[in-house]
Ligand binder design. Structure first.
Ligand code: ATP
Length: 221
């Protein structure tokens, strides 16, 4: 399979972290920033790093940006540059564009011009941390939509020694346990006969209100 090629525009904390992680995962990454110091910082991390102004269509064309599988626009403060860059990428026919939004207005415009995926790192991380703080049992959480999530919940003694069949979680709560982490193992798609032990980490998918109900009635103290 061909290695996926990414381009990251804007090497601030967010873009820099995306660039570093993709590179560490062995992906081909072109790092772009208008600031030469930033580009030098990432020269040895990314496959290639170039100084460029992404609001210049000809520059993006000459970099062959159209051929990248996924372009991430991580320009934060300069909303105008972020929007213009996204618009140019869209017009050049880039297949997948992810953009960091700074506020709701920014997000609205990005949606209108066709950004495929919009992220709000500070807001999303704030929600995630707050949700983790509310419950001692919830370790991590991934929002799938406004009303659905995947959550990691620690099983307590109330669940200990019972099989999924006995607990009948799907019928009672309308949620699914898609995997169980136990010590260093992970049981993916556990069978109904699988027995849960205290301390197991249950990876649960479902509607937020159903997960909350499960957590407070069954797992919470
Ligand atoms: P973070 O919070 O992730 O650190 P930020 O929201 O503060 O980022 P900025 O610092 O505004 O974001 O921008 C991120 C990077 O984008 C900066 O390194 C900046 O030099 C770069 N950048 C800004 N405008 C352009 C542009 N037109 N072309 C390329 N890079 C740009």
């Amino acid at each position: 399979m061909k290695k996926k090629e990414f381009a990251v525009i804007g090497l601030g904390r967010f873009g820099g972290s995306v660039c570093r992680t993709l590179s560490e995962q062995g992906m081909e990454v072109l790092a772009i920033d208008i600031n030469e110091d930033k580009v030098n910082e990432y020269a040895s991390i990314a496959s290639q790093a170039v100084v460029a102004d992404s609001t210049d269509e000809n520059v993006l064309k000459s970099l062959g940006i159209r051929n990248f599988d996924h372009v991430i626009v991580a320009i934060g403060d300069n909303i105008q540059a972020s929007i213009l860059t996204t618009l140019i990428l869209k017009e050049l026919g880039v297949e997948k564009i992810t953009v960091k939004a700074t506020n709701d207005y920014h997000e609205k415009v990005l949606k209108k011009i066709g950004a495929d995926h919009i992220v709000h790192p500070e807001r999303d991380m704030g929600e995630r941390i707050a949700n983790n703080m509310i419950s001692n049992n919830v370790l991590d959480y991934l929002e799938l939509s406004d009303r659905h999530s995947i959550v990691e919940i620690v099983a307590n003694k109330r669940l200990h020694g019972h099989s999924l069949l006995e607990l009948d979680i799907r019928a009672k709560y309308g949620i699914n346990i898609v995997a169980i982490k136990r010590n260093n193992d992970i049981i993916v798609s556990p069978l109904a006969s699988e027995v849960i032990y205290e301390g197991d980490i249950l990876i649960v998918i479902g509607a937020d209100q159903d997960i909350d109900r499960f957590e407070s009635e069954v797992v919470g103290e």
